[in-house]
Design a protein around this ligand. Structure first.
Ligand code: PYC
Length: 407
């Protein structure tokens, strides 16, 4: 299909008085949920509310890493299904989302990290994820520029090699979903903030009736919280306190260099991850900020830390200049797994939140399963383990070992 410069990928609409489903948060999770509601279930009277512009939140502030090499038997099939949807996305949405499956390499610098990666490799293999523990010789072949000498403070002992992992163009994913939603008649309302969620009934039999926005009242019997960063605030609108802590996560990008790095490199011990884009820039990400806050700004101490950790791995980059730095907000649950479910406390209220530092890669499958839950009332087995009720039923899904940068 030919696209002209004046064609809008999604249109503006007046707010209607009522929708079947209102989704708060039009990032990749909200958009994917709306897309599958329309495509798989024929539910198109859907409004996506975005308080800023599309891609302002976590969908525009991540480092776009896609992988399925998780640690738990619950997490691995879930992220593998998402990887599969990302592989088909350009074809399905007729939009090139520039997914480069350049491979994903997690380095271990201590014996205990090597053991952790070994367990992940075996779990991955049992669950059909391509993943293997490799030694320095193979690492050298994959990343000739990495300092593999005995000199560094953190020598590289082994790595988890995950060939199907890679990097995607995150804004292209957002635009592709937005265009597909728009074509089905699903409405995207930017600069539309949810100020409150209305309910009726008494405790034990409460249900959602609508959303109050800065552009007026909307009636809806189903309201979905797909916000990343503001999930606690939005859930509190129906009186729900979620078990989340909120931390900024920062990243930066350097000037372009000649191609020297193919796979995505992650160091779990140093808490740094690096990839080289098609334009030659290095995208470098940090550990979460050590304090809780809602700031989206970069800070000098974190920039210095990213530079220092990068130089531990690639000392030859000592004079490379940083072009820009940014922050995003991460909400982390006690077990480092997300919350995707409704709640008995308020009928009609659903959540897809608590994504910590791993939300972007899960967007397609989370949206697909959530749409199925909204349309049929049944939780797909892939999301059953991630219900909010797990925290009161002592059924945690401990994914911290594979979260890498948020502890
Ligand atoms: O989980 O792959 C990851 C990741 C990379 C950066 C932040 N999280």
């Amino acid at each position: 299909m030919q696209l002209f410069r004046h064609d809008r990928l999604w249109r503006r609409h007046p707010i209607k008085p009522s929708y079947d489903v209102v989704i708060i948060g039009a990032g990749v999770h909200g958009l994917a949920t709306a897309y599958y509601l329309g495509r798989a279930h024929g539910i198109r009277k859907v409004a996506l509310l975005e308080k800023n512009w599309l891609g302002y939140g976590a969908s525009g502030r991540n480092t776009a890493i896609i992988r399925a090499n998780y640690r738990t038997p619950e997490g691995v099939p879930f992220y593998l299904a998402s990887l599969g949807l990302y592989e088909e996305m350009s074809h399905e949405l007729e939009w090139n989302v520039l997914f480069t499956q350049c491979g994903h390499l997690t380095l271990a610098h201590t014996d205990s990290s090597v053991n952790g990666l070994r367990v992940r490799a075996e779990t991955n293999k049992l669950l059909d994820v391509q993943s293997a523990l490799i030694g320095p010789e193979e690492i050298r072949r994959l990343v000739p520029g990495l300092d593999l000498s005995a000199r560094p403070r953190f020598p590289v002992l082994a790595a988890l090699w995950h060939p199907p992992g890679g990097i995607i163009r995150h804004d292209a994913v957002v635009w592709a979903y937005a265009r597909a939603c728009d074509r089905m008649g699903i409405e995207i309302h930017e600069h539309t903030e949810a100020l409150g969620i209305r309910t009726e009934g008494t405790d034990g039999a409460r249900r959602v009736t609508g959303v109050t926005t800065n552009r007026g009242e909307i009636h809806a019997a189903t309201v979905v919280n797909c916000t990343a960063g503001w999930a606690s605030t939005v859930s509190r609108m129906v009186g729900l306190d979620l078990p989340l802590v909120t931390h900024p996560l920062q990243a930066c990008v350097t000037e372009p260099l000649k191609p020297f790095l193919t796979p995505v490199i992650v160091s779990s011990n140093l808490h740094v991850y690096i990839n080289q884009t098609d334009r030659g820039e290095l995208v470098i990400g940090a550990e979460i900020d050590p304090y809780q806050c809602y700031s989206l700004r970069g800070t000098l101490p974190t920039l210095e830390q990213m530079a220092q950790q990068t130089l531990e791995l690639f000392p030859q980059l000592h004079s490379v200049r940083v072009l820009r730095q940014w922050g995003g907000i991460c909400e982390i649950t006690p077990d480092y797994s997300p919350i995707i479910s409704g709640t008995d406390a308020v009928q009609g209220f659903f959540m897809d939140v608590g994504w910590g530092t791993y939300g972007f890669k899960a967007g397609p499958i989370a949206g697909k399963c959530l749409a199925e839950l909204l349309a049929t009332g049944r939780a797909n087995p892939l999301i059953e383990p991630f219900a909010l009720s797990r925290f009161s039923q002592d059924r945690l899904v401990g994914e911290k070992a594979a979260a890498a940068v948020s502890h």
